[in-house]
Every structure is written in structure tokens, then in C-alpha cells.
Design a protein. Structure first.
Length: 287
């Protein structure tokens, strides 16, 4: 066993001990192996399929999964990130959405709620559009409509686009307040806990995620989304300004907008509060 593999397994063991009801496994989805985390929930509840942000391994979502309480959840590393090996070919949002659908079939789910954070919010929009009968409700967190977004400041975006923030924890600590805003501005201990859960993405895997969204936008189909949608945005988000959430709210027919007095990663710094808002929305009667 290589030293890298040993460290990965040790990290997974520590996470499993802390979040005992979350299980991880490798699943072969039509030739592509995916590192998948699942958490059981109350009988009869619709599972929540979650899409992470760019470069983020699934372990970073564990505190939020745990905070969701009775909501069964599914989260996986996209190819080339975390525990999922690189794909044979580059992918686009449509092919990732199809991969997620195939994963759900393997897991035995014919309907889910879908959420996405930041980069993963674009994928969540694509999935809801591509598979409207499978996606019951939609939750969009700190995200945008793709290349049509209102961009953050160039110096912030340049730091975000670099994989260094995931491979160099010291660098991550030094830029956290600037790129994430919110709680990271007032509490410099928060980034340490976040960085401790990071597993470095490969350069190739990170680049594939960046390229996947090149030229992609959800604007042409947002008006056709029929799912009740919760849009959550931080008022102090340097990466994806709140104007993007307001645009999504304007274009999605059954959308509700919740503005959070926080930054880009409020789902990380305040998982319990965020989870309570999401669970309340998911439990509301569905037309």
C-alpha cells in the first residue's frame, strides 16, 4: 500500500468515526468508478442528491450531511476529485448529470431532491432541467447561471481558479477571508477546520471541472424549471455576488430567495443553521 493510499484511508477512518451514520464506498457507474457517500434518513423521505463545489472532496460536506438530520443524502466525488479516479474523457454538465442519474439507478432511487453548492449549483440546475421527473425539488447555494453570471472581483476569481488553495493549506488560510468573506473575516480559526478535511485534487481533475463549465449557461432553460426551488446566497460573497441569486430568482418560476448575512461558504461555517432552512423547505408540501 502506498503512503498516499494509507493517508487517504486513515483520513476516511477518522471521518467515519466522527460521522458514524455516513458510509462511503466505491461504485462502478458504467465504467467510471465514483467515490460515494450516503447517509440514511427517516423512512419515506425523498433522498437529497448533493453536488459539491469545484475541487471539493465529499468529506468537506460531512458536517452539513450530518446536520440534515432525517434527510437521507447522497454525495459523490466527480471524476478526478477526491476519491474518484480521472475519467477516460473530458465531461460536460450534461454528461455528469447523466452519470448522476445512472448512480441513482444503481442505488435504487427513482426520485430525489437535488442541491448544489457554487460550481455544483450549475450541475444541479442541469440535472433538474435534464431529468425533471427525477428531480422533485431544487436547492441552489451560493451559485450562478454559468458564464452569464455577474462576476466577482478579478483578483478574487484568479485565486479561486488556482488549485493551490486545495494543495497548499497555508495558502488557503492566507486567502480564505478574501475569497470566501463572511465568517472567515472575523474568525481565522474556521479555515483550519475546513482545511483539515481537504483532500488535494489533481491538477488534471481540477482543470476538467473548470473546462466543464466553459461556455455553459442555464439562462435558456431556467424559465422551464418546474421544481420548487430554494435559492440561498450570502450577502458578503466575494466569489459569486448576490446579484446572481437575484437573477436566478427572477428566472425560475417557483423560486424562493433567502439572503444570508454571511459569505460564500455559509454551508460550511454554519451547517446547522443552513441545514435547518433546507430541511424546512424540503418538508413543505409539494404541488
Amino acid at each position: 500500500m502506498s503512503s498516499t493510499t494509507k493517508k487517504v484511508r486513515e483520513a476516511e477512518a477518522r471521518a467515519a468515526a466522527r460521522y458514524g451514520d455516513i458510509t462511503t464506498q466505491m461504485i462502478d457507474v458504467k465504467g467510471q468508478k465514483l467515490h460515494v457517500a450516503t447517509k440514511p434518513g427517516a423512512p419515506g423521505r425523498t433522498p437529497l442528491l448533493m453536488f459539491n463545489g469545484i475541487g471539493a472532496n465529499l468529506e468537506l460536506g460531512f458536517p452539513f450531511l450530518e446536520a440534515l438530520g432525517d434527510t437521507p443524502t447522497i454525495l459523490f466525488d466527480v471524476p478526478g476529485v477526491g476519491g474518484s479516479p480521472l475519467p477516460a474523457l473530458p465531461y460536460r454538465p450534461a454528461s455528469l448529470a447523466r452519470m448522476a442519474k445512472n448512480l441513482l439507478e444503481i442505488l435504487g432511487h427513482d426520485q430525489v431532491d437535488v442541491s448544489g453548492v457554487s460550481w455544483g449549483g450549475g450541475l444541479a440546475q442541469q440535472f433538474a432541467h435534464q431529468y425533471p421527473r427525477i428531480c422533485r425539488k431544487l436547492v441552489l447555494v451560493a451559485t450562478s447561471s454559468g458564464w452569464t453570471m455577474v462576476p466577482g472581483k478579478p483578483n478574487v476569481l484568479s485565486k479561486m481558479a488556482s488549485i493551490k488553495r486545495y494543495t497548499d493549506k497555508g495558502y488557503m488560510r492566507s486567502i480564505a477571508a478574501e475569497i470566501y468573506g463572511g465568517d472567515f473575516r472575523s474568525d481565522d480559526t474556521l479555515i483550519g477546520a475546513h482545511a483539515a478535511g481537504m483532500r488535494p485534487s489533481s491538477n488534471a481533475g481540477y482543470m476538467l471541472q473548470l473546462l466543464a463549465m466553459t461556455g455553459w449557461t442555464s439562462v435558456p432553460f431556467l424559465w422551464r424549471l418546474k421544481q420548487p426551488t430554494l435559492i440561498m446566497s450570502g450577502l458578503d460573497d466575494p466569489l459569486i455576488p448576490v446579484a446572481n441569486a437575484k437573477l436566478l430568482h427572477r428566472l425560475i418560476p417557483k423560486a424562493r430567495l433567502e439572503l444570508i448575512d454571511n459569505g460564500h461558504l455559509f454551508v460550511v461555517t454554519r451547517p446547522q443553521e443552513t441545514a435547518e432552512m433546507v430541511e424546512s423547505f424540503l418538508l413543505e408540501p409539494h404541488d
